[in-house]
Design a protein around this ligand. Sequence first.
Ligand code: ADP
Ligand code: 5GP
Length: 188
Amino acid sequence: MNKVVIVSAPSGAGKTTLVKYVLSAFPQMEFSVSATSRTPRPNEQHAKDYYFISMDEFKKKIANNEFVEYEEVYPGCFYGTLKAELQRIWDKGKMVLFDVDVKGGINLKKIFGKQSISIFISPPNLEVLEQRLKNRGTETPETLKTRIEKASYEMTFSSQFDYVLINDVLEKAKNEIYQIIYNWLSKN
Ligand code: ADP
Ligand code: 5GP
């Protein structure tokens, strides 16, 4: 059975940080590179962080039924998992690790069921979340506001995940996510 690990969180909760850690701790896993219509951040690479494509191309792929799931995560910004991406990873005999928004995580859990484990990363509170996003230095005042508003809404969906992990002290959160995945792999 092709196993998948789904990690979701409000933006700024520390998902990327924890996903990178999981990938280093479990070499049998590979990150599912999503397609997105948003522009790359200075440190991001095409085909590593995302497949950066135009909105036109994204829409063509929707019409061609090339996505497992996709969402307009922020107004005008589409993100989605391509079927071809999953096949690419499974062909290598590896497990897929998803880093998707909360709606996407819930959808993927419905699609993959027992084949999957879903983990919701929660910030200790919204003030900390805002501070982390500010420190990251990637947001304008407008995108910061959108992300914080969206985060408080997304937090209400945490109970639909198999596990909720509060990312307070990073080292502790790393140990917890390791144990959750390790235990699941041992049982499945
Ligand atoms: P996400 O992928 O969920 O948007 P990131 O992993 O980019 O979040 O984390 C947001 C910011 O918070 C980054 O600058 C990251 O270094 C920092 N960060 C992540 N986890 C912690 C933590 N436990 N304590 C303090 N800062 C953290
Ligand atoms: P960012 O712009 O910060 O990279 O990502 C914004 C949000 O989009 C994050 O919550 C990220 O997890 C989510 N995201 C990335 N790829 C996908 C995807 O393929 N599907 C869905 N539904 N969300 C995604």
